[in-house]
Design a protein around this ligand. Structure first.
Ligand code: F6R
Length: 615
């Protein structure tokens, strides 16, 4: 989604803005623009398409101005075009904006009736025109911003620059994420910290209703509009872990897939502890508190996070015996779910911590008195601030739009939660293993992921076949069913091949009609003695209709699934409850290599954004 970067300080702003915009590309965008406050007057450059194109447009210009704003736009109000790209302006005011002003149409109609002539279709232009009109009525810059805020409905943030004044920048957080970044020569404002240069040593996450006035030398003041007073800036020192670009990898997605064994190893070593000689799962005190009183768990998430939630349901219900309901967050918030503050715990899955629908679900739960736990990858994100407790995914920054390592971390943590809440007797009954035995096996999963990663020859063979397909069916049973949904999502989002995931048992109830000569059907087979024969019989059903059968299963059952498959990958054996962790990797690689064979932009699939901050 849209990205904001701004700077005020002692150095020229331009290089920082251009670099920041490049760093924000991963969020998804269709146009970009900057405005630099020069002594001779503001210089605005906009371009549709890549930030590289924006750079070309400005190449060779000497722009020493040390105050500037920049934006990557993902179109909501109005098509991607230069006119609609930000910054938008009115008089000496230049604005970049994220989120949506919901009552924009009414406000715009009022302005048009008063004679304003608009140059774009954006709600952003409405904001800047309203502020400028208020200033022309005699109010100062910051007073005008405040007055206009009282007219705007919706969830948004903006950064507005004034060409003439001592205090040239005002940043406003009204629900869309915004941070300040402090360094020795000035201050940065951005919608996420990846846009900050390395010299930013500390960040200050802004809170909803914060308004920041920034002076030309980088000094600033944060006012909480909710409390009508200055707010102390809480500096968070910045970790540079993982912000190193693509390195030798051709794409971020491939790099992020390959980082998973190390990431998982570090995550598990922090959560699985040896106490009195026995392995156990431990979370931070506030997480333990909300988990211990849960009698029913409600999980919400969108897209990949929703799929992780479904897998969590399988694990928590089976291993811990606690009922779990899983909802797509955008459905949950509008379907009047019955929430029970005495018994419920809401677990919100959101790697970005900024997904609008998931945040709305957290707010609904809190308003009903239901405790909330967020599983989040971005520290300081809105979800971590609003939920009662948070568990960090510890996946490091993820720049590929397709979630990979954050999904793995989500399913690992949900499995750990299931194990934490399980009793030894129930666990032994369900898995035939003690808690210690399962946790020992869990600690070996990073090593098995390394082996999964080394299957790349087999994977590329399958990917070559998939690249020629129009439609692919994924199927699995038990925990492999959510994984089938996720495998299909990965494939469709980066290869644009139609793909659907089904529960194996559902095939005969409709989807089998889709199978014709050569249709690829990819089956997932956890080493579960009860489910493998059922899956093999589902595979045979599709085979007799002409399916091209691909299977990904555990080594242990290779003799069962390989003879019926045209192509198969066998994965190292592990307890069935841990199999999706190992099988997620080849599914990600399959999508990745298929997209590469098709020559597509793997890291930035069309129409998609990394962080969906609007409904
Ligand atoms: C797909 C993907 C999306 C996100 C979804 C929710 O690869 O990444 O489906 O999972 O947009 O995002 P978060 O987890 O940030 O709430």
């Amino acid at each position: 989604m849209c990205g904001i970067i701004g700077y005020a300080g002692l150095s020229p702003a331009l290089p920082y803005l251009l670099k920041g915009l490049e760093q924000l590309e991963y969020r998804g965008y269709d146009s970009a623009g900057i405005a630099i406050m020069e002594e001779s007057g503001p210089r605005v450059v906009k371009s549709v398409g890549s930030t590289a194109r924006l750079k070309e447009r400005i190449a060779g210009e000497q722009l020493p101005g040390s105050v500037g704003i920049g934006h990557t736009r993902w179109a909501t109000h109005g098509a991607p075009s230069e006119a609609n790209a930000h910054p938008q302006w009115a008089g000496p005011l230049y604005i970049v904006h994220n989120g949506i002003v919901e009552n924009e149409r009414v406000l715009r109609e009022g302005l048009v009736a008063d004679g304003e002539v608009f140059a774009s279709d954006t709600d952003t232009e409405t904001i800047v025109r309203l502020i400028y009109r208020t200033m022309k009525g005699g109010s100062g810059f910051s007073e005008s911003v405040r007055r206009v805020l009282s007219l705007l409905e919706g969830s948004y943030s903006f950064l507005i620059a004034h060409a003439d004044l001592e205090e040239p920048l005002i940043a406003v957080h009204r629900g869309a994420p915004l941070l300040l970044g402090a360094c020795t020569h000035g201050v940065f404002v951005a919608s996420d910290m990846t846009a900050f240069p390395v010299e930013v040593h500390s960040t200050i996450p802004l809170e909803k209703d914060d308004m920041v006035t920034i002076r030309a030398d980088g000094r600033f003041e944060i006012i909480s509009l909710a409390h009508s007073r200055e707010r102390e800036a809480k500096l968070v020192s910045r970790s540079h872990h993982g912000v190193h670009g693509k390195g030798e990898y051709p794409h971020y997605m491939f790099k992020e897939i390959c980082e998973q064994p190390e990431m998982l190893g570090a995550l598990l070593s922090g959560k699985i502890r040896r106490e009195n000689g026995l392995l156990n799962v431990r979370f931070a005190a506030e997480t333990e508190k909300v988990l211990s009183r849960a009698r029913r768990i409600r999980i919400v998430g969108c897209g990949t996070s929703f799929h992780a939630g479904l897998l969590g349901k399988y694990r928590i219900e089976s291993l811990a015996g606690i009922p779990v309901e899983v909802d797509i967050a955008s459905e949950f918030r509008y379907r009047n779910p019955i929430l029970d503050p005495e018994n419920d715990l809401l677990i919100a899955l959101t790697q970005s911590g900024e997904t609008a629908d998931t945040l709305a679900a957290i707010r609904m739960a809190r308003a009903s008195g239901v405790p909330t736990l967020a599983l989040v990858n971005v520290e300081g994100s809105t979800a971590t601030r609003e939920a009662d407790a948070s568990i960090f995914l510890e996946a490091g920054p993820e720049f590929g739009v397709a979630a990979t390592k954050t999904f793995l971390s989500q399913i690992a943590i949900l499995t750990l939660i299931a194990l934490r809440l399980s009793s030894d007797s129930r666990l032994a009954e369900r898995t035939g293993l003690s808690k210690g035995g399962i946790l020992e096996a869990f600690l070996k999963i990073p090593m098995l992921l390394d082996k999964s990663l080394s299957l790349s020859t087999g994977v590329t063979g399958i990917a070559r076949r998939l690249a020629e397909s129009r439609s692919v069916l994924f199927m699995g049973r038990g925990g492999d069913f959510p994984l089938a949904l996720e495998g299909a999502l990965k494939l469709k989002e980066i290869t644009y091949i139609h793909a659907e995931g089904y529960a194996g048992g559902e095939l005969k109830h409709g989807p089998l009609a889709l199978v014709e000569e050569g249709t690829p059907v990819l089956s997932l087979l956890s080493p579960d003695p009860q489910l493998v024969p059922k899956m093999v019989s589902n595979m045979k059903e599709t085979l007799s209709r002409g399916a091209f059968l691909i299977s990904i299963g555990s080594d242990h059952y290779l003799d069962e699934f390989s003879p019926v498959s045209s192509m198969s990958l066998s994965l190292p054996d592990c307890p069935p409850v841990l199999f999706p962790l190992v099988a997620a990797v080849p599914l990600q690689l399959l999508a990745y290599h298929t997209a590469c064979f098709k020559g597509l932009d793997v890291d930035r699939p069309r129409n998609l954004a990394k962080s969906v901050t609007v409904e």
